[in-house]
Design a protein around this ligand. Structure first.
Ligand SMILES: Nc1ncnc2c1ncn2[C@@H]1O[C@H](COP(=O)(O)OP(=O)(O)OP(=O)(O)O)[C@@H](O)[C@H]1O
Ligand SMILES: [Mg+2]
Length: 276
């Protein structure tokens, strides 16, 4: 159970997030929408403790994660995996290593820096990569992958953290429609099969409507909408987005059909496994 109560972040006089409150009692995929500067990223950064809140509470099963310190704060950050628009992989390391780093970051720094992995970590990483359609890239340097592949690798790395929550900040903003769709389907799969709550800042309305169980609309730091996607009328969306409404209505990723060599059906995980 996640309960957010009057969460507020001020930068000087600028109130980036203003008394935000909502709760999540079952695993959901939640889309946060709103125009640029509405406070979406600041909220995610407060949630995973990358930035401190000015006031308010963020309770997970009754524990206020905003007051955690030291190891307890690091444990919380492991529980709250982040996915970023720019993927944030280590470009010169191979894909398999990038994925396993999701696990090692929470363990010995020495073991991480020596890139020492156990057999079971390798197998788990490969299983995840197989599941999200990137197993065939295991031995390639991360920088040689397409954006869509890199984002799916980032999802595998997040899953290696064994998180309770996945926080994704505009995960598809740099991707073409087909790759955007593959990434959103991966996040949806994680939510449905793993029962992990996914909170996702999204740029386009269509994506929020298609993939989310719930949409939260923010405007000038405040929550102005919180309901199922079908309740998000175009009129309401225009109110949330103001001048940016037309941009938000664009960018459908759902009408694109799968095809070409990016299709998940065409992957060859066996070949990749043999190579490792
Ligand atoms: N580190 C910071 N220092 C000062 N002000 C900040 C900082 N980070 C964010 N802000 C301000 O907080 C407000 C909310 O920013 P935030 O990045 O959360 O918006 P956003 O909804 O994620 O926007 P976008 O859609 O452009 O990513 C903005 O006014 C921004 O200028
Ligand atoms: Mg942002």
């Amino acid at each position: 159970m996640l309960e957010i109560k009057s969460l507020t972040k001020k930068f000087g006089d600028n109130v980036a997030v203003n008394e935000l409150s909502f709760s999540v009692s079952e695993p959901q995929i939640i889309g946060i929408i709103g125009r640029s500067g509405a406070g979406k990223s600041t909220f995610l950064r407060m949630m995973n403790r990358m930035t401190d809140a000015t006031s308010g509470e963020l309770l997970v099963d009754g524990t206020d994660v905003l007051s955690l310190k030291g190891q307890a704060k690091m444990d919380w950050q492991r529980n709250c995996a982040m996915i970023f628009q720019q993927f944030n992989l280590v470009p010169r390391l191979n894909v398999l290593t990038n994925v396993i780093l999701g696990r090692l970051n929470q363990q010995s720094i020495l073991r991480s820096s020596l890139l020492f992995f156990t057999q079971s970590e390798r197998h788990e990483a490969l299983r995840l990569m197989d599941r999200f359609g990137v197993a065939q890239t295991a031995l390639q340097r991360a920088e040689t992958l397409s954006g869509g592949q890199q984002q799916r690798v980032a999802i595998c790395r997040a899953m290696m953290q064994q998180p309770k929550f996945i926080l994704a900040d505009e995960p598809i903003a740099s991707l073409d429609p087909l790759n955007a769709r593959l990434v959103m389907e991966a996040l949806q799969k994680i939510n449905q099969e793993e029962k992990i709550t996914v909170i996702c800042n999204l740029h386009t309305l269509d994506t929020a409507r298609t993939y989310c169980d719930r949409v939260i609309g923010m405007r000038e730091g405040q929550k102005v909408f919180d309901d199922v996607p079908t309740a998000l009328t175009d009129t309401m969306a225009r109110e949330i987005y103001g001048a940016e409404a037309e941009e938000a209505f664009e960018g459908s990723i759902t009408s694109t059909s799968l095809g070409g060599d990016e299709s998940a059906a065409q992957l060859e995980p066996e070949a990749a496994r043999a190579a490792v």
